[in-house]
Design a protein around this ligand. Structure first.
Ligand SMILES: Cc1ncc(COP(=O)(O)O)c(C=O)c1O
Length: 360
């Protein structure tokens, strides 16, 4: 079936009511950093307590800013640990900050990073650990925190997920949000950095400014600032989405429950092990099969945009796939199916029926 006719793999979720804020923008005749950016900052702080929220123009920019600030505080520490199954933007943020990515193998039972393997890679040059919570399934941030280096809870995929009732965006010295077009909060772009150190928050707020005042440049000399900010146009939409995050997550969970009910009855597939106490936000829905290619073909022939990956096997691009044997063995067995709140009930039924009948 032609790709354009398939049930899309991911999508935004915008409602007409999300745009009510536009009237205020027109009244104020201002789309820069104003009242709606402040409203979004306060909203994030209320939901995920932290000392400071810095709004950025992407999740990548948020990651970059906190890495730059950390490396200013800890010169000589140049390595950043992350999972090998990752979004390329995560690696780009590390490289943009002039740091070295060090990638750990996945767990045996899902695509998330093996946090014990991360522990074995830590040395005196490690600057930070980034937990990327693949597909919205939380990484073990509690174990990461025991290694004595700052933890960044990258919630671009995982906002709304929790472990033992604790939101993953509450974990870490820093947490990252992304408001990308098909993320959990779909504002078409933008992100946020949640900082839990007042000192680092001051450094980051200063780095994030678009420019300094003439007096500051004259007094301190020229220095780089990054200015990766958003304005009220984006912030208003992100805030509208954040206000209904709980409903968005519940909707995704109900779709996942429908898929799960039929997949659990099949002996020929394996579901990822999310771990004890985990409630994932269901950003992505994937399972493992030894016949992943046949599954994907079968689902696509039934009008469903199934995919064989949800992220990238980064070591492959560095020619070091052998360093991550578990991920190497697992990545060819991934089947990812559409899941997002904008799906119609009929589309959910089509996918559920296909998961029951496909590839038999
Ligand atoms: C885990 C993770 N971190 C960071 C990013 C980057 O976010 P953004 O696209 O807002 O820059 C992404 C984007 O896909 C992601 O999946």
């Amino acid at each position: 079936m032609a790709a354009a006719n398939l049930i899309r793999h991911s999508a935004s979720h915008v409602l007409a009511t999300d745009f009510h804020y536009i009237a205020g923008l027109i009244e104020r005749n201002y789309v820069g950093q104003g009242a709606l950016c402040e409203d979004l900052r306060q909203l994030i702080k209320e939901q995920f307590p932290c000392s400071e929220v810095i709004l950025t123009d992407s999740g990548t920019a948020a990651l970059h800013l906190c890495l730059v600030a950390l490396s200013m505080e800890r010169p000589g520490r140049t390595k950043v640990l992350a999972g090998a199954y990752a979004c390329p933007e995560v690696i780009c943020a590390i490289l943009q900050a002039g740091l070295e990515p060090v990638l750990a193998d996945s767990r045996a039972d899902c695509l998330n990073v093996d946090m014990a393997a991360v522990g074995r890679l830590i040395d005196e040059t490690t600057l930070a650990i980034i937990c990327t919570h693949v597909a919205g399934i939380p990484d073990d941030c509690r174990l990461a925190a025991t290694y004595g280096v700052p933890v960044i809870s990258d919630c671009a995929q995982a906002v709304g997920s929790s472990v033992d009732g604790r939101e993953v965006a509450i974990d870490g010295l820093f947490a990252i949000l992304s408001f990308g077009a098909t993320k959990m909060l779909t504002a078409g772009g933008g992100g946020a950095l949640l900082c839990r150190s007042e000192g680092l928050a001051r450094t980051i707020a200063s780095l994030a400014r678009p420019e300094l005042s003439i007096e500051e440049y004259r007094r301190e000399g020229f220095r780089i600032t990054y200015g990766q900010h958003i304005g009220d146009l984006t912030a208003g939409l992100a805030a509208a989405q954040l206000r209904r995050l709980a409903q968005l997550v519940e909707h995704r969970r109900s779709i996942a429950a429908s898929y799960e009910a039929v997949l659990r009855a099949r002996a020929d597939v394996e579901l990822p092990n999310e771990g004890a106490g985990v409630r994932a936000n269901r950003f992505r829905y994937y399972f493992f099969s030894r016949e992943a290619t046949a599954w994907i073909e079968s689902l696509r022939s039934r009008g469903i945009d199934a995919r064989g990956s949800i992220s990238h096997v980064i070591p492959e691009y560095y020619g070091s796939l052998r360093a991550v044997p578990r991920l190497g063995a697992m990545c060819g067995r991934v089947v990812s199916v559409p899941i997002y709140p904008a799906m119609s009930a009929a589309e959910v039924d089509t996918i559920t029926a296909a998961l029951q009948g496909a590839n038999r």
